[in-house]
Design a protein around this ligand. Structure first.
Ligand code: NAP
Length: 370
């Protein structure tokens, strides 16, 4: 695959952006211009970069929610004549924040970056926008983050599509590298992985057979940098190879047990996957067991994950168009990703206490509501 000479990249201090930076350098980019919002972010990126690549990376600072700061970059991007690929990874990725907090970056930031690229790149420039596989025009967005991604896709296509060589890349849930398991930040599915591994709740509300779709960060980075096979919209997802919720939970617990056994740690309890009907039934009993606090957390998690881990009547499966499937199957990817994550947790995972819900949870598993 041919590499762009110059890459202008936002979000390089984030999970995906850093993988894009490393992949661009590995694939021979002559210059990567990182647009970051702080010295602290740049220090973090620099600390992770191999010394022999530093000469090919430069930084410009701007908060992408600020018109003035992005305006100040106009005319200050190096090598404006070089064939350029712009990759927009910066985003507010929280699934729980309101529109007021996510739109200024996820929609406004995307448009400001597109304006900058249009104004400052003299050669015909390719512009890759990272959206999400869960942005679906035909459906109501699950949260403000998803709505903002849909809106940004529309704004970019409608307002910049004729002037920029635009493509939209839509990954499902991004996890670590397919070989090393490494990713700079643990977002997306990682909070759920942690919750299962540390047995933080007695159960998850989900249909056991619903899918959790994960893709390795290197597959997404490679796709974003692929300037040869330039498609307007691509979804990167495991599709029908995605693990079911039940498989995901059981695999994480087995991997956790194995990781802890090797360190002579006591076994942590298994958590249950129960569906909405079983959950509602349990709620009647939970009050008398004094478990309402733990179940409040279960409920909160269910509403955040709702739709990603499909359950109840409100969920829906991923129906991607123009899909690319990474070569590694999720069942082979998860052990690599888990090991890298667990090794980063270190003492936190080794010293995880047996949860307070442990004894009553046996009751939870015995409940049969048919
Ligand atoms: N993670 C997933 O599972 C997933 C799945 C599908 C799609 N995506 C998409 O992939 C992209 C990257 O996600 P990620 O998980 O890598 O996110 P991330 O780790 O949270 O990284 C976000 C990046 O955006 C930067 N940023 C935040 N606010 C900014 C601002 N106001 N101005 C400039 N930069 C700002 C952050 O910089 P700081 O270091 O300063 O915070 C960081 O570099 C996003 O577009 C996301 O929607 C992610």
């Amino acid at each position: 695959m041919q590499a762009a000479e110059r890459v202008i990249l936002t979000g390089a201090s984030g999970g995906l952006g850093f993988a894009v930076l490393m992949t661009a350098l590995r694939r021979g980019a002559q210059l990567v211009v990182c647009i970051l919002r702080s010295e602290a972010a740049w220090a973090k990126v620099k600390a992770e970069l191999p010394a022999d690549t530093l000469g090919r990376v430069t930084v410009r600072f701007a908060d992408l929610t600020s018109d003035a700061q992005v305006q100040a970059l106009h005319g200050r991007l190096p090598q404006p004549d070089a064939p350029t690929l712009a990759v927009h990874c910066a985003a507010e990725v929280s699934w729980t924040k309101s529109s007021r907090l996510v739109v200024p970056l996820n929609v406004g930031g995307a448009c400001r970056f597109a304006d900058l690229i249009l104004a400052d790149c003299r050669q015909h420039t390719k512009f890759a926008f990272v959206s999400t596989a869960y942005a679906d025009d035909g459906e109501t967005p699950r949260n403000a983050y998803e709505a903002s991604k849909c809106e940004a896709e529309h704004r970019l296509v409608d307002e910049y599509g004729k002037r920029l060589n635009l493509r939209v890349v839509r990954p499902s849930l991004i996890v670590g590298d397919s070989r090393s398991g490494h990713i700079l930040r643990h977002h997306g599915i990682y909070p759920l992985l942690r919750l299962i591994a540390l047995a933080e709740v007695p159960c998850l509300i989900a249909e056991d057979t619903s899918r959790i779709d994960i893709v390795p960060v290197d597959a997404v980075a490679n796709e974003l940098l692929d300037v040869e096979s330039w498609r307007p919209t691509t979804t990167i997802a495991a599709g029908e190879r995605a693990l079911s919720v039940g498989e995901f939970v059981r695999m994480v617990q087995d991997l956790r047990d194995d990781w802890r056994r090797r360190r002579d740690c006591v076994a942590l309890p298994q958590i249950s996957v129960i569906n909405r009907r079983q959950y509602d039934f349990l709620m009647h009993a939970a009050g008398s067991w004094g478990l309402s606090e733990q179940f409040a957390k279960v409920q909160a998690i269910a509403s955040i994950m709702d739709g990603y881990v499909r359950h109840g009547e409100t969920g829906r499966p991923l129906r991607p168009k123009a899909m690319i499937r990474p070569p590694i199957a999720p069942s082979a990817l998860l052990p690599v990703v888990f090991k890298a994550w667990a090794d980063r947790q270190g003492a936190r995972l080794a010293d995880a206490p047996s949860p307070t819900w442990r004894a009553p949870a046996k009751e939870v598993r015995r409940v049969d509501v048919g």
